[in-house]
Design a protein around this ligand. Sequence first.
Ligand SMILES: [Zn+2]
Length: 55
Amino acid sequence: MDGARTLRVSLRAAAGQLVGRCWCGRTHAGDDPVEMWDWLDEHEHEEPACRSAAR
Ligand SMILES: [Zn+2]
């Protein structure tokens, strides 16, 4: 088990685009849900440089 991963894809109706947001904070826009999930799985996750609060 590699722990819980949270992937979110939301639909932006106004733009007619899917906007996916990974747990690492990166976002990706596109109009193909399959491509979106591929991106979520394959992109290089952005690791926080340090553990200080991000917000
Ligand atoms: Zn990621």
